[in-house]
Design a binder for this molecule. Structure first.
Ligand code: SAH
Ligand code: SF4
Ligand code: F3S
Length: 441
């Protein structure tokens, strides 16, 4: 046997890319590669990229520039670009950075072993197809390198919604759901490997509609089936679209003990005019009504959202509608962005809001959201929560984990509790985490 070749992967973007990077490493494992933590002595460097905003896409080119000296020193080094920039830009990447050997879109990762053989012969390999075959049927089984007690699991990919600002329908392709059997099989494998918490992923995860044992299953049905797997204690899912939140899923939040009380439900804007221009296909009132139904089912649910400021046509009054929606709903966690013009999307053609206005609105929005986040953290003080311990903390004798509500929590606890769920009495809210003491071992 020859020495294993070294693979360095750098991941950008959403959790699906994190999951994909693990599957890429597993796939190239079959071609003799072992994943390493540093690019310096790697045989192959792969950037798994994100195209969602301009800055994310530009990062790829500056990162590639940084690798040039490595490639010049070792011409055998293979450099590849995977993910959504690869899908969006294809061969253009090689025109801008001729040292790139491999370009592979998100739906072609199962073809990496073939592509790697071409690289080994000194050829270039580019694949940005949306293949007929399902990559998930051709990727190898899970053999995780890390032993983390949490894992991502992609159940649905792609999007048919075409929000006017968004590249995802173009980079990930049409919405496709994996079969429930395959997902359950993967989840059982993960549970047997020590995984206690699984986060189901999809660009529109609650639009899940995969083939089940008795016809088509929705996400709620899948969650109930997953909840029967021994060892798997917690289930989460992300990202959801408000229009796909069906009654069964709301009921699962009420009745399924393993489904955690946390929901990421982006609204983007609180102005009906902007929502319509974004092609979100719901109003602010629809969203607020939905949230109150979900909260009636699960009162202690922690809500998270995504917001865009400065979408083309957004006036000060529209922006204030977003602030008032936020005040009315109340978010424990949030992600907010200045609108970024993406070539090829409908909103890119419209009159743009100026940069200074976007910056000002983002600051005001984030001030409100961070106030709400602090309030939500402080509201946890004095409560007892479940915490899945993931690793040792910075201070000796401390472990760090995530609460049911996805807050980072630290508590004095023995290392043997890593990978287990403890009950923690929260005693303090720090700037970005909570601390507490174990109530039971
Ligand atoms: N499928 C999810 C979101 C996927 S993208 C949904 O529909 O909610 C993640 C987030 O990035 C979006 O919710 C949006 O807030 C943000 N985003 C997407 N395109 C953007 C753009 N062109 N400019 C700024 N933010 C954007
Ligand atoms: Fe993008 Fe989400 Fe809209 Fe799909 S639903 S187009 S992924 S923002
Ligand atoms: Fe980015 Fe692609 Fe995810 S554009 S957010 S990596 S789906």
């Amino acid at each position: 046997m020859s020495d294993p070749k070294k693979l360095f992967i750098k991941t950008y973007g959403c959790q699906m890319n994190v999951y994909d990077s693990e599957r890429i490493a597993e796939t190239l494992g079959g071609s003799g590669y072992t994943q390493v933590e540093s690019a310096d002595d790697a045989d192959m460097i792969l950037l798994n990229t994100c195209h969602i905003r301009e800055k994310a896409a530009e990062k790829v080119y500056s990162e590639l520039g940084r690798f040039r000296p490595l490639k010049e020193a070792r011409p055998d080094l293979r450099i590849g670009v995977a993910g959504c920039v690869a899908q969006a830009e294809g061969e253009e990447i090689i025109r801008r950075q001729p040292m790139v050997d491999l370009v592979v879109g998100p739906q072609s990762y199962h073809r990496l072993p073939d592509m790697e053989r071409r690289l080994a012969k000194g050829e270039r390999a580019i694949d940005t197809d949306f293949p007929e075959e399902d990559k998930f049927d051709h990727l190898p089984g899970r053999r995780r390198a890390n032993r983390a007690p949490t894992a991502f699991l992609t159940v649905q990919e792609g999007c048919d919604k075409f929000c006017a600002f968004c590249v995802v329908p173009y980079t990930r392709g049409a919405e496709v759901s994996r079969s429930a059997d395959r997902i359950l099989e993967e989840a059982r494998m993960l549970a047997a490997d020590g995984v206690r918490e699984v986060t189901l992923l999809g660009q529109n995860v609650n639009a899940y509609h995969g083939a089940g044992a008795d016809g088509e299953w929705d996400l709620a049905r899948l969650i109930w089936a997953l909840s029967e797997i021994n060892g798997l204690e917690r289930i989460r899912f992300t990202t959801s679209h408000p229009n796909d939140m069906n009654e069964a899923l709301i009921e699962a939040h009420r009745d399924c003990a393993k489904l955690m009380p946390y929901l990421h439900l982006p609204v983007q804007s609180g102005s009906d005019k902007v929502l319509k221009a974004m092609n979100r296909k719901h109003t602010a009132a629809d969203y607020i009504g939905l949230i109150s139904r979900i909260r009636a089912a699960r009162p202690d649910l922690l809500l998270s959202g995504d917001f865009i400021v400065g979408f083309p046509g957004e006036t000060e009054a529209d922006f204030e509608d977003t602030l008032s929606l936020i005040r009315e709903v109340g978010y424990g966690q949030s992600y907010s962005f200045k609108y970024s013009t993406r070539p090829g999307t409908p909103a890119a053609e419209r009159a743009q809001v100026d940069e200074a206005t976007k910056t000002d609105r983002l600051h005001r929005l984030q001030a409100l959201l961070s106030e709400q986040q602090t309030d939500a953290q402080e509201a946890m003080v004095g409560r007892e929560v479940g915490v899945l311990f993931e690793k040792v903390g910075r201070e000796p004798g401390q472990l760090i984990g995530k609460s049911d509500h996805l807050h980072a929590v630290s508590a004095p606890a023995h290392e043997s509790l890593i990978g287990q769920i403890g009950r923690v009495h929260i005693t303090a809210a720090l700037s970005n985490s909570l601390s507490g003491v174990l109530t039971t071992g």
